[in-house]
Ligand binder design. Structure first.
Ligand code: PML
Length: 270
């Protein structure tokens, strides 16, 4: 197997994009799409081009507002976390998918009450959130008090894009959705106090979702919502004693590279 190579120490740039329709998010614009990457300097242009394309051709609508932020990444502050193991469940309808999701959440350590509350919380959303809701993994009560903003998960990418692509291809996987979801789910699962995550997409034509946990890995659920439904979201289930400020800081600020392929590579500050 090819060795995963360590990212270069210098000149990695974080690029964050968020796009909305009807003006900026903070002035009531409807969220259309968001993406972030950490790339080498020479790849900035190609990355910006891809992001522009994505924001203007998205299934949720054409963006008329786009915010871009570029920032040098301090490699001394980076931590490395492993990609979650990937496996697939069976579901043919949204109802079946939700039953599977509850089963998977319970298997990961969430109570059935909390699992059902998580599914209901996403179903009750009036529109997609950019961030995630935090729910107590025992009671199912919401604990983040961040309303429609939720907790964002930011500052992450794959440690080695080629190794990651090979690891996905070996499982017959390709495409932005699954790549980005696996990176995000792997960072989420590595958060202190988190038991599991439930997610399904807000792209109207993308009906797939997953339950992620350190215990059982990334459990993909092929159908988890109705087709043509543009509402999706994320719920993170946390242990009751979790330090929520520290968890939020880790998700929003800590730069994390997700490693795939070469076991034993997870060394630096891990
Ligand atoms: C998203 O689109 O934001 C979430 C995608 C979840 C499922 C990804 C997959 O496994 O295909």
């Amino acid at each position: 197997m090819a060795q995963e190579r360590e990212p270069e120490k210098a000149s990695l740039i974080s690029i964050k994009m968020r796009a909305a329709q009807g003006g900026p998010h903070e002035r009531g614009g409807r969220h259309i799409s968001g993406e972030e990457r950490i790339v080498r300097e020479g790849d900035i242009e190609a990355c910006l081009h891809e992001m522009l394309e994505r924001a203007t051709t998205h299934q949720r609508g054409k963006a008329d507002f786009m915010n871009l932020k570029l920032q040098l990444v301090d490699m001394d502050c980076v931590v490395y976390k492993p990609m979650l193991d990937f496996s697939e469940c069976v579901s043919r309808t949204a109802e079946e998918g939700r039953d599977v999701a509850v089963r998977e959440l319970v298997a990961a350590g969430v109570t059935e009450t909390a699992a059902r509350a998580g599914v209901a919380a996403i179903l009750a959303l009036p529109d997609s959130m950019r961030g995630a809701m935090l729910l107590d993994a025992v009671t199912g009560g919401r604990v983040d008090h961040l309303g429609n903003r939720g907790v964002r998960v930011s500052n992450m990418d794959v440690a080695d894009p080629d190794a990651f692509r090979r690891a996905l291809a070996a499982k017959g996987l390709q495409g932005d959705h699954v790549r980005e979801a696996l990176v995000l789910a792997s960072k989420v699962a590595s958060g202190e106090g988190v038991v599991a995550e439930l997610c399904w997409s807000d792209d109207p034509l993308y009906v797939t979702g997953y339950v992620g946990s350190v215990k059982n890995g990334y459990r993909r659920i092929p159908v988890l919502k109705q087709r043509n439904c543009g509402i999706g979201g994320r719920v993170f289930f946390v242990k009751p004693e979790t330090d929520l400020d520290a968890l939020r800081d880790y998700y929003e600020e800590q730069v994390v590279f997700i490693t795939a392929g070469a076991k034993g590579y997870v060394t630096e500050k891990d």
